[in-house]
Design a protein around this ligand. Structure first.
Ligand code: NAD
Length: 477
């Protein structure tokens, strides 16, 4: 009993496994009753979600501070602002998104008396599994799409951001229709049990390894999936790049949320002629952003757990003899989960863990590559397809050559990370960095079935289409 109590205390809020089928049944019944389909329900829920955001700003901020040391400006810029933008767009647009789109009809199908339309319908009961690094936006942005598209949903936030997870579990049922939307807190056993159920769509954001687990589980019922995964996003800095701009943008993309960002520049490939100048520019910009003491800077975050911090330390320590520290790499505080911004140099041939695993922390490897444009294409294409690709150059031809030759989920030229803030752009990976896309209208599409609908008048019933297909008929075709 004492042991059970201890487990309960450790995981007091996790969903009880035996309750999962019952919750699924009731959500499925709600979906089948049709309540989520009308525009009014969708709009009502989206407005409720907006109210949930607006009325609880202090609570969201406190939870993000407790889980990730995110200051209020960072919380807004990185998470809450994005959720509000998606909500605003969905509220303004869901009516038009729901309207069927009329498309062309081929002449052979008697154009004029036939109407062809693409309709959308909700998929049904969807599971949204989210990670800890942006624990609110990566849970709620997909939920905006799921609701706008008229689905019932279960949200499974990450157990590694427990404050955000429990706040979502508290607030979502109070603001949203509890017959149709549920939050299931839990870790691997709970997620595994959820994945054993029959879903109509699974939307997973997380690591490539767990993405494989999700994909395999989904195969059992042929459930469609969206996999928003990670990987090593390269950043190429050409000899003609504006170094001051490049350094500021790379550093802000990399050290935002201490590198725990799926689209953070993972490593830099730089033309050898400007390597020293780029390193110098980065070294100048880091204290400008975070003061000479990032530990005391409210804009500098923390690593999610001691285990994750130890992994980052190991990435540096294991191959120390092959790495040259250019900046930082020393100040680490396991109790405070702090790691300082770190720049390291390694050779293009370096094969250590730092260049095999997604770094997901404030360590930026810098690799000088002769014949940069062609060599970086080979370098990137020898590795799994990244989630993002960043090119800093003043020459359009260089940017086009690299982005044209290397596949990636998305790319930016002379920028990084910000493509995900434009909801008019699809956000998603390719190959090992994921499948499917969302944000803005793409989120609606992600959670909808696109359905062909053909509607034909009865006035003509052309004999030509019916058997027997005589030579005379065929001659007319
Ligand atoms: P993770 O894969 O460890 O966990 C994600 C979710 O899966 C969590 O809710 C977790 O509880 C669950 N989970 C973990 N192990 C599981 C298992 N064995 N079986 C079933 N469920 C399991 O990822 P993370 O550490 O939370 O997040 C970091 C990763 O997510 C990085 O790789 C990052 O690049 C990626 N990411 C991608 C995006 C994107 O939009 N593409 C955004 C953020 C993070």
């Amino acid at each position: 009993l004492a042991m059970e109590a201890a487990i309960e205390q450790e995981r007091p809020r996790y969903i009880r496994l035996e309750r999962i089928p019952q919750i699924m049944d009731s959500l499925r019944q709600a979906f089948q009753s049709g309540i989520t389909r009308p525009l009014e329900w969708r709009l009502g829920q989206l407005r409720q979600m907006k109210q949930m955001m607006d009325e609880n700003m202090d609570k969201w901020n406190r939870a993000l501070m407790a889980d990730l040391h995110k200051s209020a400006p960072n919380a807004f810029l990185q998470e809450i602002g994005l959720i509000l933008t998606d909500l605003k767009e969905a509220i303004a647009s869901v009516k038009s998104w729901m309207s069927p789109t009329t498309v062309a009809t081929p002449v052979a199908q008697v154009k004029g008396i036939t109407t062809s339309r693409v309709h959308t319908e909700p998929l049904g009961l969807v599971l949204i599994i989210s990670p800890w690094n942006y624990p609110l936006s990566l849970a709620l942005q997909p939920l905006v799409g799921a609701i706008a598209a008229g689905n019932c949903a279960v949200l499974k936030p990450s157990e590694l951001s427990p404050n955000c997870s429990s706040l979502l579990a508290d607030l979502v049922p109070r603001y949203l229709d509890a017959r149709c939307v549920a939050v299931a807190e839990g870790a691997v056993p709970e997620t595994t049990a959820l994945l054993e159920q029959r879903w109509d769509h699974i939307f997973f954001t997380g690591s490539t390894d767990v993405g494989r687990v999700v994909y395999q589980a989904a195969a059992r019922y042929l459930t469609p999936v969206t996999l928003e995964l990670g990987g090593k996003s390269p950043c190429i800095v050409a000899a003609d790049a504006d170094l001051k701009i490049a350094a500021r943008r790379i550093a802000s993309g990399k050290f935002m949320n201490v590198g725990q960002t799926c689209v953070a520049p993972d490593y830099v490939l730089v033309d050898p002629s400007i390597e020293a100048a780029l390193v110098q520019a980065l070294k100048e910009v880091i204290p400008q952003f975070y003061s000479p003491y990032p530990k005391n800077c409210s804009d500098y975050g923390r690593i999610i757990s001691a285990r994750h911090l130890q992994r980052l330390q190991a990435l540096l320590a294991e191959d120390a003899h092959e790495l040259t520290l250019l900046h930082g790499g020393v100040a680490v505080d396991l109790d405070d989960l702090y790691m300082e911004p770190t720049l390291v140099k390694c050779s293009p041939q370096f094969q250590g863990r730092l260049m095999r695993e997604e770094i997901f922390g404030p360590i930026l490897p810098i690799i000088a590559l002769p014949n940069l444009v062609e060599e970086s294409i080979k370098f990137i294409n020898a590795r799994p397809k990244p989630l993002s690709l960043y090119v800093y150059t003043n020459a359009h031809a260089t940017a086009e050559r690299i982005t044209g030759a290397c596949s990636s989920g998305g790319f930016c030229i002379n920028e990084c990370v910000l493509h995900l803030q434009n909801s008019a752009l699809p956000f998603g990976g390719v190959g090992a960095s994921g499948m499917g896309m969302y944000h803005g209208k793409y989120s609606y599409d992600c959670f909808s079935h696109h359905r062909a609908g053909l509607d034909k008048a009865k006035i003509f019933d052309v004999d030509l289409r019916y058997p027997p297909y005589t030579d005379a008929k065929m001659a007319k075709l």
